[in-house]
Design a protein around this ligand. Structure first.
Ligand code: NAI
Length: 296
């Protein structure tokens, strides 16, 4: 397969929007599809606004902003993705829905199209299960916010074609990203290692030992991470975070180390998903933080 030029992004939510921006900024023609009416167009508008902020700060020229926007094409039907060289799926984190999308893609796209999923925690092997050409399905796991975060996990399964994997690992740096080759296993590398970061903080909260603000402030101040666990859960989405935890919990035979926290589950049931709903562990937009260093 040749180096990809026409990229299709399926799902224009938090991640799809960011991934479409990365691809368009790297010079690719990008077709964006979402089942929700107007979502792909809204993502294009939001990318335009994000880039306009960079222009106003002198970090991007107006000509480059316009050229990037011109490369983004919202489309209404999956059929419009027929001539894509590479598809990145970034839809809802549900195996049945992802299955249906990839099965449709097999009928829409040519056999040369490389198929990628941005799943954060589902098994890529399970997503490929039942496909006619499972060797061309990879995980291409971007992190949030995709235009900013450098790392991309390139997830291969036992069926993966090594030549396609090599091509992906060589291509990802052209997007300004750092690839890491990862075998398909629960949570890949980052999301698996991140579980204790979240879970121990949640235990402290549930034991009323410290507030989210204090835990976040302590960890950002001392670990050098840009966001603490609660601010990060609000950014990622508590629903996405819970789905990842539940997947790992099941995959590791309900080991207590991965047990989902009540305080996350309760918020998800109440529709408090973080920034995208205006309320998570914090209200959004967040009032200016008062740094009061008492534990609770
Ligand atoms: P989101 O909820 O913001 O967006 C999902 C979008 O997919 C929505 O616009 C929805 O209308 C659309 N959609 C749902 N079903 C569809 C279908 N059948 N066809 C086309 N569009 C469909 O979700 P988000 O956060 O962007 O996550 C997307 C994927 O990326 C998930 O697999 C998630 O696990 C993964 N991911 C999420 C990260 C995060 O920080 N939120 C980080 C890395 C990966």
């Amino acid at each position: 397969m040749n180096t990809p030029h026409h990229i299709a992004v399926i799902g224009a939510g938090i991640m799809g929007q960011g991934i479409a921006q990365v691809m368009a900024q790297a010079g690719h023609r990008v077709s964006v599809f979402d089942v929700a009416d107007g979502a792909a167009e809204a993502a294009r508008t939001a990318i335009g606004e994000a880039l306009a902020r960079r222009v106003s700060k002198g970090r991007l020229s107006e000509a480059d902003r316009q050229a990037t926007i011109d490369r983004l094409h919202p489309v209404d039907r999956m059929d419009d993705l027929a001539d894509a060289d590479l598809v990145v799926e970034a839809i809802v984190e549900r195996l049945d829905v992802k299955h249906a999308v990839f099965q449709e893609l097999e009928t829409v796209c040519s056999t040369d199209t490389l198929l990628c999923t941005n799943t954060s925690s589902l098994s890529v092997t399970d997503i490929a299960d039942g496909l006619r050409h499972p060797q061309r399905l990879f995980g291409l796991h971007f992190f949030n916010p995709a235009p900013v975060m450098k790392l991309v996990e390139v997830v291969n399964t036992r069926d993966s074609d090594p030549a396609l994997q090599r091509m992906l690992l060589d291509w990802v740096p052209t997007l300004g990203k750092q690839p890491v080759s990862v075998a398909d296993s629960p949570g890949f590398i980052v999301n698996r290692c991140a579980r204790p970061f979240y879970s121990e903080s949640l235990v402290m909260l549930e034991q009323n030992l410290a507030t989210p603000e204090v835990i976040d402030d302590c960890l950002t101040a001392n670990l050098g991470v840009p966001l603490g666990p609660f601010a990060l859960m609000d950014l990622v989405g508590l629903d996405i975070n819970l789905a990842a935890t539940e997947t790992l919990w099941r995959a590791f035979d309900h080991h207590p180390r991965f047990r989902p926290a009540v305080s996350v589950r309760d918020r998800v049931e109440a529709g408090q998903l973080g920034r995208k709903t205006g309320q998570g562990f914090y209200p959004h937009p967040r009032p200016k933080a008062e740094h009061i260093y008492t534990a609770r």
